[in-house]
Design a protein around this ligand. Sequence first.
Ligand code: AMP
Ligand code: ZN
Length: 505
Amino acid sequence: MIKIYDTKLREKTEFVPCEQNKVRMYVCGPTVYNRIHIGNARTFASFDTIRRYLLWRGYDVVFVQNVTDVDDKIIKRANEEGKTASEVASAYTKAFIEDMHALNVLDPTYRPKATEEIKEMIKLVKELIAKGHAYEVEGDVYFEVRSYSAYGQLSGRNIDEMESGHRELRADGQGLEDRKRDPLDFALWKAAKPGEPSWPSPWGQGRPGWHIECSAMSRKYLGLPFDIHGGGADLVFPHHENERAQSEASCDCTFANHWMHSGMLQINSEKMSKSLGNFMLLCDVLNQTETPVLRMLFAQTHYRSPLDYCPDRIAEAQTSLGRIENCLKDLAWAIVNAKPEEGNIDDDALTVLPLSMKQRFVEAMDDDFNAPAALGEVFVLVNEINSLVVGKSVSCDQKQTLIDIYNLLVELMGVFGVNLPSLDQMISEVSGGAIEYPQGIVTVASEFAGYKGDDTQAAMEALLVARSEARASKNWAVADGIREGLASLGIVIEDTAQGPRVGFR
Ligand code: AMP
Ligand code: ZN
């Protein structure tokens, strides 16, 4: 039985999907006015792991994530850069997808863009007006918060206390506030301002409010109610409270059965913000830290806890990953060196260990996706393998069990988005099998490492030296050029505790 901590209930509850064996989930996507930062990445990686675990548990998962491609911040950025809002949005949507791939996050089943779903939003706004939950004022449409009696339940707020907070905000004379019947009401549709993107609607030219986007898209792609709605903890109020109000007021049914929120990422115990100068983009982090290390770092903290991102944590994740990779190496070595004669590995322990570990892994992940506890079980197995296998002789009869353990480790780490070398790759590494590189590597080496010969092995060696020098001197142009040149040949370099490891994609 999977238990989920539900933000609305404020406790763990049994996860019962609407349809057996199928999970329909929606996770709010980014507003595309910039490349995503490491905090966004933490939230997206958390839900990727949750999704991967549900898939691993045998559920069919339909995963929807929107892209907010019309918004004040996008318009502001476009004005600053002398571009159109749609140029800015499409460039950063492309960058977002690249970043998600680089972070090894699975593509959603549907990735709708707000600007392509305006019809759905207008339809929903019309329904809310017809039902008496929304009203128009000079081309704007507002949701009447007091018409939905459950408002505040998700975030645990009292509607009357909220109102006084809003009144204080009104004192700064925001014209828009005066148009609303109640300061709590929020915009579903905003009348067009000159020079801003806009669409025709029954209320004149305008554009949708942010919250209505997710209500319209989740209903279209998942149907109501759906199983899990997720996002970072900063979205609980007002975004998710408002989404819920709009959706439940329009359909008179539950919107999402479970609400999940991931904790905020901080940098060196401080909030990440542009003004503090500690704002880190994911693409910059991934230039210096390999993806498996970052995904390991994320998995080491429970998704609901705040995550403090600092250099020590990266080193810690790197060491942990190195321990698993060493264990895989030991296993590959034992597999390659298995002999027909009887070995001296404890047979019973070898058979029981992976089974009991897998069971405890499942128990941990079933308990509100407790990745750090599940990882702890992986390390129990890694330690046991160390003492069971290293320095022992393996018989051919035991080979299959070792292969199964190897594959189990790779499979379970895959749940956290941590990709590890396949058994074939590792066997070729431990048996010293020289990798055959394509001839194109000579060109890359001549461009970035000043290599003059035509030997592919020597070219690779020259590139590894040049890469390490470039990284040491922070010459990212060369380091990136080498990475990209190799990637175009299908070759990847992964940094491990034992040094760079070369492999093929
Ligand atoms: P935004 O583009 O700001 O709407 O953010 C996209 C996603 O990233 C949302 O789910 C946010 O809750 C999440 N997010 C924003 N900042 C952080 C942070 N510092 N730590 C974790 N998640 C964040
Ligand atoms: Zn949303």
